[in-house]
Write a protein that binds this ligand. Structure first.
Ligand SMILES: [Zn+2]
Length: 430
């Protein structure tokens, strides 16, 4: 039973550890180059596809534009024809009105002539009646009472002339009326022809109008289709621009990672050469840089690189990075800091030289200065001194890196007095 309990408690401990490890598993490295390249090729495929769509859309737009220009040509031809027909119709309308006016004038003239004839006939009849009435008593008498044959003949001649005159007048009038009637019927015939022509032109006009309307409807439809196509094309253009921007962003990230890798490799090479040189010279060939000690404390700035700046200060800070809110030193970084020499802040003895460490400090060095002060140099890419070495202020002891619990190239620098961590900014000058 006891064994069982122990095993169970062991199991519990195990699972707690397991859970903790899983929980504090290292954050995934931002993005690898291969995943970025994969992303980039997916975007490129989208761009290719969009461009293919765009080409096909442009073809459609061109063909629609051809249709529109063809329709416009037809429209303009038909419009000319339509205007021509309208003009003809206008002319015919004028001719009809003119003919109508002529017919009315003729009618008036005929009526006038009719009245004249009527009057002449009435006058003639009146005279005849007067003569005949007088005939029994007066015409015959007038003739028989003629005193001589010559007088009789003169009177008869006179009577005949009066009658002949009337007859000639009536004939003349009748002839005029006939002429007028003929002219009138000619005009009526002409008018009939014009009216027929007018009707034909009206029909042609209506046909043209309906053709024009149909073409206009078609043309509007094509216009709508065209503007839809153009909208789609410009949307695709926008998409391609977005894709291009995304791709450029990814390329930038890839370039940045490449540059970082290159810098890291160069620094590693430099460090290896340095280590080799140090070994060959049995440490007598150690590198030095002229230190710049703080005049009041004697501590020199621990990195030989002019582009340094502070990325994190000493003291309490947000727990987001290490899970430990207290920061026991300062973090020194800079644009090109990876692989730059780390130098001893003061002369002293190497008490820690971790060349390959998985600790939070990564590869790191700790010096003891003999008067209660110690300094620590963390996250190095390589360490070039060994435990027990005596180093001089300004001597290269390591190179800046990003090992251990680090999110980017920097030097973690600590100053301790009798084991207590102090603010390094009170000892070194930036
Ligand atoms: Zn730090």
């Amino acid at each position: 039973m006891n064994t069982m309990k122990r095993m169970l408690s062991l199991l519990m401990t195990f699972s707690v550890i397991f859970v903790s490890v899983a929980f504090f598993a290292p954050r995934t490295q931002a993005k690898t180059i291969s995943s970025l390249k994969e992303e980039q090729s997916q975007i490129q495929a989208k761009i290719d596809e969009s461009e293919k769509k765009l080409t096909s859309l442009n073809n459609q737009i061109n063909s629609q534009e051809q249709v529109i220009s063809e329709l416009n040509k037809q429209l303009s031809n038909l419009s000319d024809e339509y205007n021509n027909v309208k003009m003809q119709k206008y002319v015919v309308d004028g001719e009809i009105a003119e003919t109508q006016k002529k017919i009315e004038d003729l009618n008036a003239e005929i009526a006038k002539k009719d009245a004249e004839i009527e009057q002449t006939i009435q006058l003639f009849c009146k005279r005849l009646r007067a003569n005949y009435m007088a005939g029994s008593s007066s015409t015959l008498e007038m003739l028989s009472n003629a005193s001589s044959v010559s007088v009789f003949l003169n009177r008869l001649e006179l009577l005949k002339r009066v009658t002949n005159n009337d007859q000639a007048l009536v004939d003349e009038l009748n002839k005029e009326i006939n002429d007028l009637e003929k002219a009138k019927s000619d005009l009526e015939a002409e008018k009939l022809k014009l009216v027929q022509k007018q009707a034909e032109l009206g029909k042609v006009e209506a046909d043209l109008q309906s053709t024009l309307n149909a073409i206009k409807v078609k043309s509007e439809e094509v216009d709508r289709k065209l503007s839809q196509l153009q909208n789609t094309a410009s949307e695709i253009h926008e998409n391609i621009k977005d894709f291009d921007a995304q791709e450029a962003q990814i390329q930038k990230e890839i370039n940045r990672i490449y540059a970082q890798q290159k810098a890291a490799e160069a620094a590693k090479r430099r460090a290896q050469q340095q280590q080799q040189a140090n070994k060959n010279n049995n440490n007598s060939g150690a590198s030095y840089y002229t230190p710049k000690p703080n005049p009041s404390t004697g501590f020199a700035f621990p990195v030989h690189y002019s582009g340094c700046y502070l990325s994190s200060g000493f003291g309490y800070r947000s727990a987001s990075i290490s899970g430990n809110a207290f920061h026991g030193g300062i973090d020194i970084t800079g644009g090109n800091i990876y692989g730059q020499p780390v130098i001893a802040s003061r002369s002293g003895t190497v008490i820690v030289a971790e060349h390959y460490s998985n600790s939070g400090y990564g590869h790191y060095v700790m010096l003891d200065h003999g008067d209660g002060y110690q300094t620590l140099y963390g996250h190095c890419s390589s360490v070039v001194v060994n435990k027990g070495d005596y180093v001089k202020q300004g001597q290269v002891i390591a190179y800046v890196g990003s090992t251990g619990n680090s999110t980017g190239p920097h030097l973690h620098f600590e100053v301790r007095y009798q084991g207590e961590k102090l603010n390094p900014l009170n000892y070194v000058s930036f």
